[in-house]
Design a protein around this ligand. Structure first.
Ligand code: FES
Length: 102
């Protein structure tokens, strides 16, 4: 495990998402009722940011073709996406959010 600080907790409001970069890789952070989750930011269907999508009930909807993914497991919830997202371990210490990218 090699957690790296990516942002402050208050940068990811409840029900919202934030795109950050970690080792030049875009990561999407999601705040589900105070729980922070992290996935790859790039949609597996195309080159599109999922942090810009619509988050509802733990599912992120890509705004390019409306594919959907569970942000907790990365599993596809709606086509045309067909490959799961990579998910990353997250820890929060105080107001700092860390992601394990390895
Ligand atoms: Fe996300 Fe097509 S790019 S569903």
């Amino acid at each position: 495990m090699a957690f790296k600080k990516v942002c402050s907790l208050d940068e990811v409001p409840e029900g919202d998402a934030l795109r950050v970069e970690l080792f030049d890789e875009p990561i999407a952070l999601f705040n589900l009722d105070g729980e922070i989750l992290a996935t790859q930011d790039r949609c597996t269907h195309g080159d599109w940011s999922l942090a810009d999508g619509f988050l509802e009930n733990g599912v992120i909807e890509c705004t390019l073709h409306w594919g959907k993914f569970c942000v907790r497991t990365g599993k596809v919830k709606a086509p045309p996406a067909c490959a799961a997202l990579t998910v990353y371990p997250v820890k929060v210490e105080g107001n700092d959010v860390y992601v394990d990218f390895e």
